[in-house]
Design a protein around this ligand. Structure first.
Ligand code: URP
Ligand code: ZN
Ligand code: ZN
Length: 466
């Protein structure tokens, strides 16, 4: 057995903040003891980590990533090896990526494809949601089998007609089935049909620059999709989770549903908290770096999302990491914003940005930081209490966080396989001193010391409100 002692730190969970030393036995948390309990020569540990001046927190859980995903005529530039390595550097120890059912195929085929992409390659633990592009009686029946294998959430798209879009009947049927088998439906809630008309009209007028991406995807399209998804879920008697919520009017729909006691949940992403349509309007095609869907919104909307995080109407911040290089990928849309692959890098920078712009700036508490980056995604997606908290018996996935460490975000020093950073040159405070996965140190002061393949597949539990 490997015994590890993390001493001198302050333990932070979603609820508590207290001084304690943390004892690990192999891959689990074995004890939380008063500081200095094991300071004598009789206490022998295989590994001792000094956490003085640092916070000891559960490792980050990113519930929304797209690694090695074919999309927009190309493939997201991080695969399961490079993307999970970057995640580890940034303090994330588990992620849930999206396996895709191609139209006309069985869910099984999509799932096998994604298992093959990930198996043996990941630096951190990983699970899958399943994207459904074709809901019929056969695939609805298959949802029960997939849930038994630990894939307990399904994403569907009201956007991207002709690509990933499914109609309301298919969404409703999948929601009914999700209710029966204990699964959660994740919605890309943006009405893609009028959006496509706006896109064609903009292009016909010669409006080809990246900034037209947001002008053709108004927030009403997201608010309407959010409202409709909530109504469909209510009719089906099923919970629903809004992915990448970006707009104030969509948030108001979630607030109204939650006030009525509906099991409605929502996440937002750092790009909506820190970037805006001003970035999309940067000249000389630089705006393409910021093309993601839903689009970046007016700057003033950032404070609405922070408010939603404080009031618990937004429960999670995940990344929607879907990187494309400017050269050879984003530039497919040089002559038409509609051809710019949609997505941005973010798997590595989530905790940096939320610490610096959230905790350090006094927008959220330490405990809320842990809750939105780890505990809440663990609870909503069936990973709790093994993940998402610090408790005896839980997985020893931990971040020893130095709240004073200053560093500059730059594509040159970040590890995501993409040729730009949306946050280039921004100085942030706060970084991991150590990242531990299953009791093993995998990052030691910005140095990766783990092995690709350390990560294991996570068989997630069914949805429960507990
Ligand atoms: O722009 C984005 N979000 N790309 C990834 C696909 C999606 O809709 O989540
Ligand atoms: Zn989406
Ligand atoms: Zn996404």
């Amino acid at each position: 057995m490997t015994r590890t002692l993390i001493h001198g730190g302050t333990v932070v969970t979603a609820i508590d903040t207290y001084a304690a030393d943390v004892v690990l036995a192999d891959d689990k948390i074995a004890a939380l003891v008063a500081p200095g309990t094991f300071s004598g020569p009789e206490a022998s540990f295989d590994v001792t980590l000094d956490a003085r001046g640092n916070y000891v927190m559960p490792g980050g859980i990113d519930a929304h990533t797209h690694l090695d995903m074919p999309f927009g005529g190309t493939t997201s530039s991080d695969d399961f090896q490079t993307g999970t390595l970057a995640a580890a550097y940034g303090g994330t120890t588990s992620l849930v990526d999206f396996a895709i059912q191609a139209k006309g195929q069985a869910l099984r085929t999509g799932l096998d494809t994604w298992h093959a992409k990930a198996e043996g390659k990941t630096a951190i633990d990983y699970g899958f949601h399943m994207i459904m592009t074709d809901v019929n009686e056969s695939t609805a029946a298959e949802m029960g089998d997939v849930v038994k294998e630990g894939i307990t959430s399904f994403k569907m798209f009201m956007a991207y007609p002709g690509v990933l879009f499914v109609d309301d009947g298919q969404i409703f049927r999948a929601m009914q089935r999700a209710g029966e088998v204990g699964a959660l439906i994740c919605m890309h809630a943006e009405n893609g049909i009028p959006i496509d008309i706006l896109v064609q009209q903009a292009l016909a007028k010669g409006h080809t620059a990246p900034k037209y991406h947001s002008l053709t995807r108004p927030q009403i399209a997201e608010a309407e999709g959010t409202h409709r998804a909530i109504c469909l879920a209510e009719m089906a008697g099923a919970p629903v989770y809004m992915v990448h919520l970006s707009a104030e009017r969509a948030l108001m729909e979630v607030v109204e549903a939650r006030d009525r006691g509906l099991p409605t949940f929502a996440e937002t992403c750092p790009q909506y908290l820190f970037l805006s349509e001003e970035d999309l309007a940067r000249p000389d095609f630089e705006g393409a770096k910021f093309v993601c869907t839903p689009p970046l919104r007016p700057k003033a909307m950032q404070e609405d999302l922070w408010r939603g995080l404080r009031t618990h109407d937004l429960q999670v911040v995940s990344t929607d990491h879907c990187p494309f290089c400017m050269k050879g990928q984003k530039d497919l849309g040089k002559d038409s914003f509609a051809k710019i692959p949609n997505g941005m890098p973010g798997i590595e920078t989530r905790l940096y940005l939320l610490w610096d712009g959230g905790v350090a700036k006094g927008r959220i508490s330490l405990n809320r930081f842990v809750e939105i980056t780890s505990t809440a995604p663990a609870k909503i997606f069936g990973l709790y209490p093994h993940k998402g908290t610090i408790a005896i018996g839980a997985d020893a996935d931990l971040v020893v966080w130095d709240p004073k460490k200053k560093h500059v975000l730059s594509q040159k020093t970040l590890h995501m396989r993409v040729d730009y950073s949306p946050y280039e040159g921004q100085e942030v405070t706060g970084a991991p001193a150590y990242v531990l996965l299953g009791g093993k140190v995998i990052v030691d002061h910005f140095k990766y010391v783990g092995n690709a393949g350390d990560g294991r597949f996570l068989k997630r539990a069914t949805f429960g409100l507990g």
